[in-house]
Design a protein around this ligand. Structure first.
Ligand code: CA2
Length: 149
């Protein structure tokens, strides 16, 4: 069974506790449990990790290279700043689906730029917690079509 890493970046540990009007009321623990359950339906083994630290996210991507078949990544604000994450994804040579709870393109201009998008399989933004499940669906189709599973 293919393993998928659901990786969340800075401040996403606060999900469901503050700013529900922007990020919804689903907690990170609920998002992760839903991803694991949805993965089981798809025949994917989902593991989850969150860090507030850029280097720890880089480490998690490096480690996934040998243990996982793909990554669902919400890099939080590092999306808009991190060349280190972009380089880590490019070097991992794993399919990455970029997820954002909010529609970053309908928000402040500084959120429109993503350093992840050029090295990602695709981007899902604006569908709240459902976006993570959509990303798993997309990875499942990609892995099947590319003969990776
Ligand atoms: O919409 C998204 O998923 C974001 O990646 C969330 C980031 C933001 O910087 C990106 O531009 C878009 C922020 C995550 C902060 O999460 C919080 C959740 C609850 C309360 C406070 C922050």
């Amino acid at each position: 069974m293919s393993k998928i890493l659901v990786l969340n970046g800075p401040n996403l540990n606060l999900l469901g506790t503050r700013q529900p009007e922007v990020y919804g009321s689903t907690t990170l623990a609920m998002v992760e449990a839903n991803c694991i359950a949805h993965g089981e339906k798809l025949g994917l083994s989902v593991t989850c990790h969150q860090s507030n630290h850029e280097g720890a996210l880089v480490d998690a991507i490096h480690e996934a290279r040998t243990t996982h078949a793909g990554i669902v990544l919400n890099a939080g604000a590092y999306t808009h700043t991190s060349i280190a994450l972009m380089d880590a994804i490019a070097s991992a040579e794993l399919p990455v689906v970029e997820v954002h709870l909010s529609n970053i393109h309908a928000r402040e201009a500084f959120r429109h730029r993503s350093y992840i998008a050029p090295v990602a399989l695709g981007q899902i933004a604006g569908f709240g917690a459902q976006g993570y499940l959509m990303a798993l669906d997309a990875l499942k189709v990609h892995l099947s079509e590319s003969g990776a599973e």
